[in-house]
Design a protein around this ligand. Structure first.
Ligand SMILES: [Zn+2]
Ligand SMILES: [Zn+2]
Ligand SMILES: [Zn+2]
Ligand SMILES: [Zn+2]
Length: 325
């Protein structure tokens, strides 16, 4: 039996699924080692299954090929209709069910109403695990195709995975590529956009003593052909309230390391200077804040910098971004 691989393959106008016996060899070997068991290898070497039943064309069907059944159909959960992945459960009559739906059917097989118990369908699991499926970030440019478990491992690290919206202080769930997110920040969050690598920002709050956790409007800087987000907020650090300013890079960590930035805040002849490396927006804004990776200003110092009688927060933060050589 000659064995190549299995997976989805695009032919003009259609997707074809190839399942060769290789993906099931362990299972078949188990059967072979036992006497009086049907030799499954006597069946056709290759099963071609069409995702779309209405598009088979004769030239796509190779000789010696039996169109057995639709793997998709075989792997379809009868409840949610999604493709099942391991663990796949079955009742004592052999009806299968996905693990997501199992807790929802009150231990009754949705097909025959028999008690479900805890029987796994290992043969189907092996077939499901051997399917080569496109990475879920295909629409973002990833061309990878992986068997199920490799796909699970790949996707959280996929270089094409979209970024989350970096806007803090809301539960925004938008994801996308950087240009999309920049437009989204501008249009939907109405953030301040700023061209250039130096800046001078004032953060004002008329009643700073009432502030617990506060987030000021995000500023997005465009320089060096990249985008950076400047965050400024108040948060409780232990018993004390502090202000923090930090920069995040709209891109991946390995690129963020090519840049540095400095922030300065002061007043009354005092000054605090921070120099750092922008963090990738892959790291959540809260993670960066909680790691204190930025310019930290104690409230008393912030009020002192603000001048006046300490009733108003009026901080001037200046900064610069540069590219490391
Ligand atoms: Zn299901
Ligand atoms: Zn059943
Ligand atoms: Zn990928
Ligand atoms: Zn958003």
């Amino acid at each position: 039996m000659s064995i190549k691989s299995s997976g989805w393959e695009a032919l003009p106008g259609k997707w074809v699924f190839y399942l060769t016996m290789a993906s099931a060899t362990t299972y078949i070997d188990d059967l072979r080692s036992k006497p009086d068991v049907v030799d499954l290898t006597k069946h056709e070497d290759m099963i071609e299954i069409f995702k779309h039943a209405n598009v088979p064309s004769q030239d796509a069907i190779k000789p010696n090929v039996a169109v057995a059944s639709s793997v998709r159909e075989l792997l379809g959960c009868p409840v949610c209709l999604n493709v099942m992945y391991p663990p796949i459960h079955q009742c004592s009559n052999g009806h299968t069910l996905c693990s997501g739906c199992k807790p929802r059917v009150q231990n009754r097989c949705p097909t025959c109403r028999h008690e479900l118990g805890n029987i796994r369908c290992l043969a189907l699991e092996k077939i499901a695990a051997s399917l080569e499926l496109p990475c879920k970030n295909q629409s973002f440019g990833c061309t990878g195709k992986y068997p199920y478990y490799s796909k699970l491992k790949h996707e959280p690290h996929c270089a094409f995975r979209p970024y989350s919206c970096p806007y803090a202080g809301s539960e925004c769930t938008r994801v996308g590529e950087i240009p999309y997110l920049v437009a989204h920040l501008k249009d939907d969050h109405k953030v301040d956009m700023h061209n250039g690598s130096t800046f001078n920002h004032r953060y004002v709050k008329s009643n700073p003593l009432e502030v617990e956790n506060a987030t000021w409007m995000l500023t997005v800087f465009s320089c060096f052909g990249q985008y950076f987000c400047l965050h400024f907020e108040a948060f409780q650090l232990g018993m004390a309230l502090v202000y923090i300013a930090f920069l995040r890079f709209m891109g991946d960590d390995n690129e963020a390391k090519n840049y540095s930035y400095s922030l300065e805040v002061g007043g009354n002849g005092r000054k605090i200077i921070w120099q750092g490396v922008p963090r990738s927006i892959r790291d959540s804004h809260q993670k960066v804040r909680d790691s204190l990776d930025g310019l930290i200003i104690q409230r008393n110092m912030a009020l002192f910098f603000s001048g006046g009688d300490g009733k108003e927060l009026k901080l001037r933060v200046t900064g610069r971004i540069w590219k490391e050589q």
